[in-house]
Design a protein around this ligand. Structure first.
Ligand code: ZN
Length: 297
């Protein structure tokens, strides 16, 4: 059983241009060379947008049983043609056609205040949402006063919070993604479950102490593909480290579709399955058991 706990789908009209330009810059260059057009052109442009049908096809090839879908709310960074509510509606409705394959989370920037809380309540009520993706680099610190009501609602519902950590591009503020900023939040909210994405990225040294201190904190291995294909030793050493230090709190994730051109899902799964970084039992924990256990808590 393989659960990919870190997957994105979006329509081009749901992301601001400034984000598309920043994140897809290398592809924009390629696109200009080979495919003509660019992010502004929309549809027929590689990974300028994705949807649930494309994802299902990829999951079949990679033999992934289930994907956790994380909408990203970048609407506070620049204007979007479709708003955050339309985005989340679309994700939950698209995923409802494949209840066994998808587990959609909410994606809302807590800086939206009252609106954020209203939308969280809406998706819990209407779709039984179990989690939310947040992105501090859009301009907020998790331990800020103004974010407190947001954490309270999520705690009341025992929600999973997946938070970005590590490198960002464009107008986003990387420093705000430090895992240590969650220390106070976790102290106060014991029902909330926090997933530090990407093993904390460049803030890995803050991720381990946070998990040591808080039982309700977890991490995922998505974006490790950044080291691939050139440096598989680095990936193996990072996996060894989590197997030794936090064997029950590491989840499998691919950040689909961001690494598909460089190192696609089947290759990443094959590398994790075949390299000697942990026992077979440890690999099962990473691929599904750890996540399933957290969801049952
Ligand atoms: Zn991601």
């Amino acid at each position: 059983m393989i659960i990919d706990t870190h997957v994105h789908i979006w329509k081009r009209t749901m992301y601001p241009d400034v984000i598309m330009d920043a994140y897809l810059e290398p592809l924009v260059l390629l696109d200009a060379l080979y495919f003509k057009g660019g992010p502004q052109e929309g549809k027929d442009w590689l990974t300028s947008e994705t949807d649930e049908k494309e994802l299902v096809q990829n999951m079949e090839v990679a033999k992934i049983d289930k994907s956790v879908i994380l909408p990203l709310d970048f609407g506070m960074v620049g204007p979007t043609k479709q708003g955050v509510e339309e985005f989340n509606d679309w994700v939950f409705e698209a995923c409802s056609a494949y209840p066994d394959k998808f587990l959609p989370f909410i994606g809302i920037d807590p800086q939206r205040g009252e609106t954020a809380i209203r939308l969280i309540e809406k998706y819990i009520k209407r779709f039984d949402a179990k989690g939310i993706k947040v992105y501090p680099p859009t301009g907020w610190r998790p331990d800020e006063e103004r974010i407190k009501p947001f954490w309270k609602v999520l705690d009341d519902h025992g929600m999973v919070v997946v938070t970005h950590s590590g490198a960002v591009w464009g107008p986003l503020n990387e420093e705000l993604s430090r895992p240590s900023y969650y220390s106070k939040v976790l102290e106060k909210h014991e029902r909330l479950k926090l997933v530090i994405a990407h093993m904390g990225g460049k803030y890995r040294d803050e991720m381990f102490p946070l998990l040591a201190k808080h039982e309700n904190a977890y991490t995922d291995c998505s974006a490790l593909q950044g080291w691939l294909p050139s440096n598989p030793e680095m990936v193996v050493s990072r996996l060894k480290e989590v197997a030794e230090r936090i064997p029950d709190r590491i989840f499998f994730g691919t950040d689909w579709p961001l690494f598909e051109l460089a190192y696609s899902q089947p290759y990443f799964i094959d590398l994790i399955s075949t390299q000697p970084w942990g026992s077979e039992e440890m690999k099962e924990r990473l691929f599904s058991v750890n996540f399933q256990r957290m969801m049952m808590k």
